[in-house]
Every structure is written in C-alpha cells, then in structure tokens.
Design a protein around this ligand. Structure first.
Ligand code: MG
Ligand code: ZN
Length: 352
C-alpha cells in the first residue's frame, strides 16, 4: 500500500546509485602478477609496441620478497606476506613460521562490512588466491583449500579448479554445499546473475595458457565484477592475479611470459580507469617474486624485437616493483618488505 502511494505521489522517484566521493569508504583493487619482475614488465612492454599502462602510475616502490627460511620465496610464502602481513616459510598459506593462523586483508575487510572478490588465471585454490582465504600447512592440499574457500565469506570468485570442489576423494560436492553462492556455468551467466555472491569456474583443472588457447578475458572478468561491486552500497576489496606470467618464467618461454603480461596489462588498465572514475579507490599492482632470472640481452628498436636469457627454471630473490594509484597511493613509495603491502593496506583502511 505504502509503495503504491509513493508511486502515485512521486512518479519521478528513481533509485540513483550513491555517488562515490573521495570521502566514501576506500575500495582496494590489488593486482598481483605472479613472477612479474621488472624484466617481465620490460619484455611485455616492448612486445606490446613499447607500451604499458603501468606508465600511468606515478607512485612506485620496491618490495623485498624473501621468505623466513629462504632468500628465494615461493608464491605461498609471499602471498601470505602480502595478504596477512607476516613473513613465513615456503609452502604454507595463511600461517606464520610458528604455525599461528593469520587473518588476511580480505577477512579483515569482510569483518568491516566490505564485499570481496578473487579473480585468477590459475585454479582458485592455487597459492596466490588461496593466500587470501586459506590457513593450511601445505599449498598442495587443494581439496582442503577448496573446502576452506567454500566456508569463507568471499562474495565473488572467478578461476579454474572446479574438480577440487565436485570430484573429490571424500565424495562431497562443495558446489552444492555452497548454497549461498550462485555457482554459474559460463561467463554470460556470471554477468547476468543478480546474486550477491557468485562463483564461476573457468576450467575443471588449471586453465591453459593464452598460447594454448585460453581466451584473454581477465580484463572482461574484472569489468563484470567491478560492475557488480559498484552497484552495492558497501565498499570492496578485490584481488586479481595474472597467474601464468610465473608459469612462462618456469618454462623459460618468453612468448608465454609476454602474452600473459599483455592480458594482465588490460586488467590493470580496467582498474586504473575505474579508479579515475571512483576517487575512493586505491589500485596496487605488484608481484609475489620474479621467475626465471629473466634478462633482455639483445633486441631491435625497429618493431621492438627482444631476445631473452634466463638464469633459472625457478624463482629469483630480486626485488619486485609496486605501482599504486588513487587514494592513499602515496603510502606505497619506497623500499620495504612485502609484508608492508598488508600493513599499508590496513593503514589506508584505517583498521591498523
Ligand atoms: Mg600464483
Ligand atoms: Zn612459480
């Protein structure tokens, strides 16, 4: 009745999306290029006709990536350092070197009324995304990590690894058990879903590389997710991973690295444009470590051809860059431990 009267007397009353101002609560978009050192960025930039959207970032820092038990980190220890603010040993997620459970920035945001999302080009249970919701002594316990995701409060997720949810040794079907999450079958359904929590498994297993046919959709996944988050009243925390820059480094395959970087570059551009239009947004782009000990040793300025050399099939301990843009971006200049990425985010959020 009340509604009818309102419509009667105020026929022009429309719902207008709340205007985001610099004083609105802070949104954070954290983009992690796995294995994306300066050489990977340089190689991707030259192959991309000497351009990267990273050139639009004015605040740049350097992050020291070592783990507690090794100068050369893995993605689990460095993911945990950035997500939870403590160095730990290689191979573990969301626990410190004394086996104490840690709370991640995503969980802290959830506790403060935020909506949250995770988007990755790997499986969603892989070390980097899992650093934000899992607490476990081995990054390789994928089915247990899947269970932890299903029990988490993550609102939106896109990634591979469906089989860890519905083809499990314990015969549980977590997709059915996640009854508060609309788990959709394809990207169109993801875009159309009006649910406040949505999951989209892009592949049953690990997604293939772009070279092997994965469509380069990271920017589009991000755009669709930002559209959803931006319609909500609450602020958000979103982590987006260019997962396979690392896998190209392990394979010592420069085309693998540059094709994955160029897709990641598109996602960075989407984030930057969002932050330009929503001044309460902080964008951080960094890496968990460098992979391959990559150097560009020769090349041509005509057509920006590059010749690459690698030092290892593993990771290296070189510092990695941190690019930031938007509200509180000035916090991210300088040289600091990767744990400071967490602490600078909590400082920006005012929950330190
Ligand atoms: Mg990763
Ligand atoms: Zn790696």
């Amino acid at each position: 009745m009340r509604k009818t009267l309102l419509t009667l007397f105020f026929p022009l009353l429309v719902v207008v999306q709340a205007q985001q101002t610099p004083d609105s609560p802070l949104n954070i978009i954290l983009l992690i290029g796995d294995g994306m050192g300066l050489s990977q960025i340089s190689a991707g930039m030259y192959v991309n006709n000497n351009q990267t959207i990273l050139e639009d970032f004015s605040v740049i820092g350097l992050s020291k990536t070592h783990a507690t038990n090794s100068l050369v980190t893995d993605s689990a220890a460095s993911g945990t350092a950035m997500a939870c603010g403590e160095k730990t040993y290689n191979g573990v997620l969301g626990i410190n070197s004394k086996n104490k459970k840690l709370k991640s920035i995503l969980e802290i945001c959830e506790e403060n009324g935020y909506n949250t999302g995770l988007i990755a080009n790997s499986s969603i249970v892989h070390a980097t995304p899992a650093s934000f919701y899992a607490n476990i002594d081995s990054r390789y316990k994928y089915e247990k990590i899947a269970l932890q995701l299903s029990e988490s409060n993550v609102d939106y997720f896109i990634g591979g690894g469906k089989k860890y949810f519905n083809k499990r040794e314990d015969n549980r079907n977590l997709i059915k058990e996640m009854d508060k999450i609309d788990v959709v079958k394809n990207f169109n359904a993801y875009k159309k879903s009006g649910s406040e929590r949505i999951g989209f498994f892009t592949f049953n297993d690990e997604p293939p590389s772009i070279i092997d046919g994965r469509p380069p959709l990271l920017g589009k996944y991000l755009t669709a997710t930002l559209d959803k988050l931006n319609k909500r009243i609450e602020p958000f925390f979103l982590m987006v991973e260019g997962s396979q820059i690392d896998w190209g480094g392990h394979a010592n395959d420069i085309e693998y690295i540059t094709s994955e970087f160029i897709e990641f570059n598109e996602a960075i551009e989407v984030s930057l444009n969002f932050a330009k239009n929503n001044s309460n947004t902080l964008v951080i782009v960094t890496a968990d470590h460098e992979t391959g000990g990559l150097a560009i040793t020769m090349g041509k300025t005509k057509g920006y051809e590059i010749v690459a050399g690698f030092n290892t099939g593993g990771h290296s301990a070189t510092m990695v860059p941190v690019f930031s843009y938007g509200k509180f971006s000035e916090l991210f200049g300088g040289i600091y431990d990767n744990t400071q990425i967490f602490h600078k985010m909590t400082e920006a959020l005012g929950v330190d």
